[in-house]
Design a protein around this ligand. Structure first.
Ligand SMILES: NC(=O)c1ccc[n+]([C@@H]2O[C@H](COP(=O)([O-])OP(=O)(O)OC[C@H]3O[C@@H](n4cnc5c(N)ncnc54)[C@H](O)[C@@H]3O)[C@@H](O)[C@H]2O)c1
Length: 256
C-alpha cells in the first residue's frame, strides 16, 4: 500500500516512522505546510518522498493519513474521497459539524472508499460500538485535567461543566477529539453527556467513560501522558493512529 501522510507533526511523524518499517507499505509520501518538517523527517526515513502539496499527496497515495488540523481535514478529506482514496483521519473534531460529517459519509459511500477514525486518546470504543447494537441508555464522559490545562485557577476539585457533548466541545475545544469520537461511537453529540473537572491534584489528563445499556455497564478510565513532541496531544493518540494503520494492513483483525 502507498501511504500519504498529511501533517508531519507529533502524530504524523510517529505514524511515518512506523509505516516506514512495515513491509506491507510500498511507498511513503509526506506533505506538511511547514516544508522543513516534512523534509527533516524524509531525511531520516530512507525512500520517503516529500511532495509539494496536498493534491500531489492524494494522487500518489492509496491511503491518506490526515494528522494536520481540523481545517486541513475539511479541505483535504473530501478531495481524497472524491479521488477514491481511503482516509485515516485524526482531526476527528471536524466531524462535529453535521453537514461535513454527512458529506464525508456520502462521499465515502459513493466512491467506494473508507474513512478510518482511530479511538485517539481514549479506550473502550470497541465496547461502545458493540453495546450500541443491543441498545444504549446513556453515555457519559468525565474529563479531569489539572486547572492550568483548562485555563482556570482553582485550588480544589471543581466541576466546570456538565452538559451535552456538543456544548462541551464549544466551550472546551481542546477536548474536541475525545468528545466527538465517543459521540460518534455512541449516541451522538446531543445525547452524550460530558463533565469537565479541574483538579489541582491531577497530574495527568484523565478520561472516564461510563456507558449504560442493555448489555450492562462499561467503565473505562484512561490517564494520559502527553506526547513528548506536542504536550497538547496524548501519546496514546499517536499509538492509536499506528494501531489503526496496522489493522488496515493486517490480514487478521482483532477487536470489535
Ligand atoms: N483523535 C484524537 O483523539 C486526537 C488526539 C490528539 C490529536 N488529534 C488531532 O490530530 C491532529 C494532529 O495532531 P498533532 O499532535 O500531530 O499536531 P502537530 O501540531 O504536532 O502537527 C500537525 C502538523 O500538521 C501541519 N499542518 C497544519 N496544517 C496543514 C495543512 N493544511 N497541510 C499539511 N500540513 C499541515 C503542521 O505544520 C504540523 O506539522 C490535530 O488536528 C489534533 O487535534 C486527534
Amino acid at each position: 500500500m502507498r501511504i500519504g501522510i498529511l501533517g508531519t507533526g507529533a502524530i504524523g511523524t510517529e505514524v511515518a516512522r512506523w509505516a516506514h518499517r512495515d513491509d506491507q507499505v510500498e511507498a511513503l509520501f509526506l506533505y506538511d505546510i511547514r516544508t522543513e518538517a516534512a523534509t527533516g523527517l524524509a531525511a531520516e526515513l530512507e525512500n520517503a518522498v516529500v511532495v509539494g502539496d496536498a493534491d500531489a499527496l492524494i494522487a500518489a497515495s492509496d491511503l491518506i493519513v490526515e494528522a494536520a488540523t481540523a481545517e486541513a481535514a475539511r479541505e483535504v478529506v473530501p478531495k481524497a474521497l472524491a479521488a477514491k482514496k481511503d482516509v485515516l483521519m485524526m482531526s476527528i473534531g471536524a466531524l462535529v459539524d453535521d453537514a461535513f460529517h454527512d458529506e464525508v459519509r456520502r462521499s465515502a459511500k459513493a466512491n467506494g472508499v473508507k474513512v478510518y477514525l482511530p479511538s485517539g486518546a481514549i479506550a473502550g470504543i470497541d465496547g461502545v460500538k458493540a453495546g450500541r447494537l443491543g441498545g444504549i441508555k446513556s453515555v457519559t464522559l468525565v474529563t479531569t485535567k489539572p486547572p492550568q490545562a483548562l485555563g482556570v485557577d482553582v485550588d480544589k476539585w471543581t466541576l466546570l461543566f456538565s452538559g451535552p457533548a456538543r456544548e462541551a466541545i464549544r466551550l472546551y475545544p481542546k477536548n474536541v477529539n475525545v468528545a466527538v469520537c465517543l459521540s460518534l461511537a455512541g449516541l451522538g453529540p446531543d445525547e452524550t453527556w460530558v463533565q469537565v473537572v479541574a483538579d489541582p491534584m491531577a497530574t495527568r489528563n484523565q478520561h472516564k467513560i461510563i456507558v449504560e445499556g442493555e448489555f450492562g455497564r462499561i467503565r473505562a478510565e484512561i490517564e494520559n501522558l502527553p506526547h513528548p513532541d506536542n504536550p497538547k496531544t496524548s501519546y496514546l493518540a499517536s499509538l492509536s493512529a499506528i494501531a489503526t494503520l496496522k489493522r488496515i494492513l493486517e490480514p487478521v483483525q482483532i477487536g470489535a
